[in-house]
Design a binder for this molecule. Sequence first.
Ligand SMILES: Cc1ncc(COP(=O)(O)O)c(C=O)c1O
Length: 496
Amino acid sequence: MSSTPAELKAEILRLTRQYSALMHQANRPGAEGARPFVPGQTTVPYAGRVFTEDEVEAAVGSTLDFWLTLGPEGEAFERELAALLGVKHTLLVNSGSSANLVAFSALTSHKLPAHKRIMPGDEVITVAAGFPTTVAPIIQYGAVPVFIDNDPLTGNARMEHLAAAFSPGKTKAVMMAHTLGNPFDLATVLEFCRQHDLWLIEDNCDALGCTYSMPVERAKALGFTENSPGIPDNGTHITRYSGTWGDISTQSFYPPHHLTMGEGGSVNIVHRPPLKTYAESFRDWGRDCWCASGKDNTCNKRFGWQLGELPKGYDHKYIYSHLGYNLKPLDPQAAIGRQQLKKLPAFVEARKQNWETLRAGLADLARFFEFTLPTHATGWQPGSFTWDATGCRTDCSWFGFMIRVKPGSPFTHIQLGRHLDEKKIGNRMLFGGNLLRQPAFVQLRKDRPQAFRVASALTGADEIMNQAIFLGTYPGLTSPMLQYEIDTIRAFAAGH
Ligand SMILES: Cc1ncc(COP(=O)(O)O)c(C=O)c1O
């Protein structure tokens, strides 16, 4: 029997779907035919990939096409994510950490005006508790992170410490994360950045799908007049996704994140197109050429450039304007990501609902726990929040459900975490806690005490490190799983 390649491919993909249904269905929480959940026996992960036959088919289809390196699927993903967010460009990279490295590096380009270029010794304001690779690129380059404290209630930076962290002539940027899917106070940070002409790099790795709203007048004063695509105009507020307010932002597509392609990340260039060229150069070996993979002579003068001290006509493909890296993912990863993108709205909704279920289920344990609040919220009641007087609002696409064990409670967060672990309930601490207490930073302080600066007492970051634990909110959690988590925590607390 002879078949054309297209017919063979269609058959392989049909079988792939069939295989995936047989092979993966049983492990898909809540799916038809899934293994039943047995409390105490079935592990409740804090996060994980949520996928169907669509992703498996996309991975196999792209692998059969065998482009391999970043190509048609990658370009399509970049366009689709940029359109969804309403940013100028998205560039795919191989992780969220690489995204942070590329985003930061773009702001060190010699092609920027001197007063905007981040140079070694310049300062970047960031926050003490969080994930280390939000900060590492700053130090690796020889710039100086200036740490401010976290508000333990939101997990985000304490705005009142921004001013103390500023050094005239030295501070060039603010770079920090929207903690666990809770956008930081963007209005205050942006006003601070505008006042001092600073870049804002939003680490949006844990916050895809969050929105932030500010009153129209305040947004206008910051230069924002439009909502993100698809968000209806309410006449009073400008509402945009987190990751679209700063100059540049980053995503992670590692499995626990809002969408996954296994490994992966992206750099979102919000509104200044030249930053794309610089970011792309740092991602792609530092090259000056911007041809897509497999293409030549996009500039139409491949042999017509004279740059640096190279001879006129030197092949533009091998001209390097930056000291770069190679941080591209593979095309099949992007193919998986494109299927995940279609599911993002449902994923975001599930994360919100799971957070609400956990919050409601544990509400009467307030004598043991302090519950996280969205930035700008002043309180929670079932199904809604009360808000501060700023008029700003956050709508959180939660990465996790964070609680702090109150001082004086009869148990610690470590005891709780260990107990949950024994009960097969996935839990995590807020990543590195107060990063300055990590061995890498203790060593750095010994080796190069000038490598970073601390602008305020870090009591909130310590509180997070000493008291906070989070449960998952990922879309794979089913009602019985969430109920089991609630029952287990309640029983643990009652036992004390
Ligand atoms: C806030 C934040 N930034 C960056 C990263 C790094 O992402 P990746 O694991 O894809 O390198 C993470 C990882 O979870 C993160 O939580």
